[in-house]
Structures are given as C-alpha cells and as structure tokens.
Design a protein. Structure first.
Length: 370
C-alpha cells in the first residue's frame, strides 16, 4: 500500500461519491504543488472508468466551502455557454463535479478533510514543459477562451479564495519579512537570489497602480494558468479543457497571460538545476500572443495589450519570490520533493525574469505586430 493509501482510506472516500460500479483502486496522480490528487478506478459493466479524487489543501485554501461554491458556479456557467453554442463533447470541455451520496459536490471525511470528485478527462494530457509552439498556442487560446466564457458570469462577485493572490507588492513585502525573520536559517545560503529579488522592486507596483487608476479592468480570471493546468487533446492537440479552478476569482487578464508565458516560454522544467538551459523562447512567446489574442483579443482593451509583454517578467518574478519566500520559511506552502527544491524553483524563475527583460524590445514588437 502506498503512503497516500495508508494516510487516507481512498476506497471509502471514493465510495462517498455517486459513482456507478465497483471501486478497484486509487493512485496519486499529476504533478500539482498544492492539492492531493488521485486517479480512482472503478469497474462498471465490464469497463474501467477513472475519476479524479482530490483532497483540497485547507492550509492553502482556508475556506474550502467558498472555493467549492466558486467551482460550482464557474463550471455550471461554462457548461451552459457551451450548450448554447451547441459545442460537442461538453463533458471533456469543462470539469464536471460528481456529487456525494447526500447530493453535495464535496465530502468531508472523519479527519475534517474536504474531498471532491471530477469526471476524468480521457484522451487528453497535461504537460509540465512546453514541447512546441502549437502546444503554446493551444494553451493560450484555451485560457483566453475560458476568460471569455466567464466574462458574463452573473453577480455576485466570486469569492477570493486566496486574498491578494496576485498582489505583487504584498508578495514582495512578505519576502522582505521572511528575509528579516529568517525562521529556517537559510538566508545566508540564498544571498544572490535575495539580492536579485530586492533590486527588482520597481516592477511590483506597476499593474496595481494601473488598476487603481482605472486603466486595467477587473475580470474573472483563472490566476493559475501554468501549462499543466490545461488539458491538450491527445489526437488533435487542441486545448480542450482548463482545469484547476481553485483560484478562479476576480483578477487582471494580465495575471493569466503572464503566468502562461512563465511556464510555456521556459525550455525546461520549473525546477531545472542547470541554469544555462533556462532562456525564454521567442517562438513560444509568439505562439502565446497569437493564441491568446485569437480567443481574447476582442475583449482586451488597448491598455491591457500594452502590458502583455511586461506581464511575463512580472508574474514570473512574483512566483519566483513566492518560491524564495517559502524556502526561507521552511517549505510550508508548496510541496517539495527534494532538499532546496523551492530555492531551485526560485532560481529558474529569476533566470527567466532576466531573460524576459533582456528580450523586452523584441517581445513588444511581437505584440505590436499581432
Ligand atoms: P493542483 O492544484 O495540486 O495543481 P490540479 O487540479 O491541477 O491540482 O490537478 C493535478 C493534476 O491532475 C493536473 O495537472 C492534471 O494532470 C490532473 N487532473 C486534474 N483534474 C483532472 C481531470 N478532471 N481529468 C484528468 N486529469 C486531471
Ligand atoms: C501552484 O496548484 P498548482 O501546482 O497548479 C500555485 C500557483 C503557482 C504554481 C507554480 C494555489 O499551482 O500559484 O504559480 O504552483 N497554486 C496556488 O508552479 O498557490
Ligand atoms: Mg494544478
């Protein structure tokens, strides 16, 4: 039995959901940094059927019920828009929650963990590293489409599942506090990274000030648009379904654009140790701009377009300082799989920031002629 199976009785948890057939087994799945994700396999009328079973990380998401309300509203809205468009294959184009035996879309176990279950999107995959510009284009197109589908989500405003999630000023100040406290005694080992982060301060207020001045509108955004949060169809390569909806909430379109640039322009994994391999790829950036403008271009204001290329180093920097901060605080937030993992992740982000900044002119030219 695996550690996860010992920790949680996955069979009895899976059986709490309204799933037809006989539970066979469940195994850890995917490479997310936050939730505990399992693929649960059932036998039904002679076939094997998979489901995604997830324990919501309640240290990160302090109000799992509010989060689930968001997910319910967002998935229902996307589904109804797809119906109205006569889209095919709707169960693969949006996440579908499976209710528990009492009819709720989540289950709380005896230990107080919140679980949910989704249909498994088959014949599609997520990627931790972007392999070619077609994948970049498809991912960006799908995230832009997702923003579009949610543009007319009826009131009320979605819950902020993590307040100030993309407030880069707040993230920067949190880093400063973590450096000062040095609670895990690690600051001396990451001096160059700290130095790099501190000199980038001028970046952190730019979008916040633009928003405050009324120049950048609040929208419903995904806020965690890394490449492995979109499923690409195995046969056609199409960006078929945007997943990981825990941070869908009010935000700026540029947060989403910046984050998929961060992950898809990188030629390596997020935690690559050989930094000589880490440089932004302009062909991926071109594909991301094209894919995003294809689906979201009509909605974006010209001011938003002005900041597309800036959002890439900004959001990459923001996530870099979050990794660095977590390293300094003793790895309390992101899951780690080796020593100094968060420091390695931070270094890769900072190398990407440098590379984006070096290529600013060319990136702006790409946006300008799109
Ligand atoms: P985390 O918040 O921890 O990143 P995710 O919701 O992104 O969790 O899920 C982790 C991984 O599980 C995803 O990257 C994806 O590979 C896989 N996954 C999640 N939901 C589904 C689904 N409905 N169908 C198939 N795979 C899924
Ligand atoms: C986390 O959940 P996951 O692994 O898709 C994080 C994002 C970071 C990302 C970095 C809720 O995303 O904000 O950008 O790791 N999610 C949360 O890889 O903090
Ligand atoms: Mg994820």
């Amino acid at each position: 039995m695996s550690e996860a199976q010992i920790k949680h009785d996955l069979g009895s948890i899976a059986r709490q959901f309204q799933i037809a057939g006989r539970f066979l087994y469940a195994a850890p799945y995917g490479s997310g940094h936050i939730n505990d994700t399992f693929a649960a396999v059932f036998e039904h009328e002679g076939s094997l059927v998979r489901y995604i079973l997830q324990r919501i990380n309640h240290n990160v998401f302090k109000n799992p019920m509010a989060l689930m309300q968001n997910v319910e509203r967002v998935t229902a809205h996307v589904r109804s828009k797809l119906h109205a468009r006569n889209a095919d294959d709707i169960d693969r184009r949006t996440l579908t929650l499976v209710p528990d035996q009492s009819g709720r879309n989540w289950h709380i176990d005896a230990k107080g963990n919140h679980w949910r279950c989704y249909y498994f999107i088959e014949k599609a995959a997520t990627y931790d590293q972007c392999e070619n510009p077609t994948q970049a284009y498809q991912a960006a197109r799908a995230f832009g489409e997702f923003q579009n589908l949610l543009a007319d989500l009826p009131a009320p405003r979605l819950h902020e599942t993590i307040p100030s999630f993309h407030n880069t000023r707040a993230r920067f100040d949190a880093l400063r506090t973590a450096i000062a406290k040095d609670s895990a005694n690690r600051a001396a080992t990451v001096k160059p990274e700290i130095q790099f982060a501190l000199v980038q301060e001028t970046m952190v207020d730019v979008l916040l000030q633009e928003h405050k001045a009324g120049n950048l509108p609040e929208r419903v955004t995904h806020n965690d648009t890394k490449l492995n949060n979109v499923m690409l169809d195995d046969e056609t390569g199409e960006g078929v379904c945007v997943i990981d909806l825990d941070t869908v909430m009010p935000g700026l379109a540029l947060y989403d654009f910046g984050d998929f640039c961060r992950s898809a322009c990188r030629p390596t994994l997020e935690d690559e140790r050989d930094l000589s391999k880490v440089e932004m790829r302009m062909d991926m950036f071109e594909a991301l701009v094209a894919g995003y403008l294809k689906s979201a271009g009509e909605v974006l204001t010209s001011r938003e377009k002005d900041f597309l290329s800036f959002s890439a180093p900004l959001i990459t920097f923001e996530i870099g300082i979050r990794f660095l901060c977590d390293h300094l605080e003793g790895d309390r937030y992101f899951k780690i799989h080796r020593e100094n993992h968060n420091a390695d992740r931070a270094r890769v982000q900072f190398k990407m920031v440098e590379s984006f900044l070096k290529n600013t002119k060319q990136m702006e030219a790409v946006v300008g002629r799109s």
